[in-house]
Design a protein around this ligand. Sequence first.
Ligand SMILES: Nc1nc(O)c(N)c(N[C@@H]2O[C@H](COP(=O)(O)O)[C@@H](O)[C@H]2O)n1
Length: 156
Amino acid sequence: MTIYFYKVWQPYGCFSNFSPHGIHIQGTYWPTVEHYYQAQKFVASRDAVIIPIIHAAATPEEAAALGRCSDRQLRRDWDLVKTQIMREAVLKKFLTHADIREVLLRTGDEILVENSPTDSFWGCGANKAGQNHLGKTLMSVREEIRNLLSLTVIYE
Ligand SMILES: Nc1nc(O)c(N)c(N[C@@H]2O[C@H](COP(=O)(O)O)[C@@H](O)[C@H]2O)n1
């Protein structure tokens, strides 16, 4: 079976980067993965001044809107680093929050798909044939956490 997720209030909403599960990364607390992800777009860019504004955004929707302003300069290497940046944040999210970690682990080996109607990079897009990089990231993180837990069992 394939598990589709998208909006926070829908089934498996905790898989959304908009879910209210904060993360600490490099000494800074971010209210959601989305806040962190959108802010990283501008590291070392001429518009880095937007980073604290994104950090302080009241909602992930606001953070995403700030990060998607087309008149701002993205970091030059954004397309090269965004997948790794996303994975770092998603891994931290599920290592931090035991309740949603259990939800992720209980999906077994099901395929996870971000059912975004518009995003064919992070989601499946309108035609359902998108790259689904967020779903792939979640499945990779699920596997890594299982591996970490198996090591813990061995050394207990
Ligand atoms: N508009 C919107 N609403 C949601 O609930 C979403 N989960 C998303 N998708 C997330 O947006 C991020 C990609 O943003 P960029 O297109 O790179 O600015 C990523 O976190 C998606 O999961 N969008």
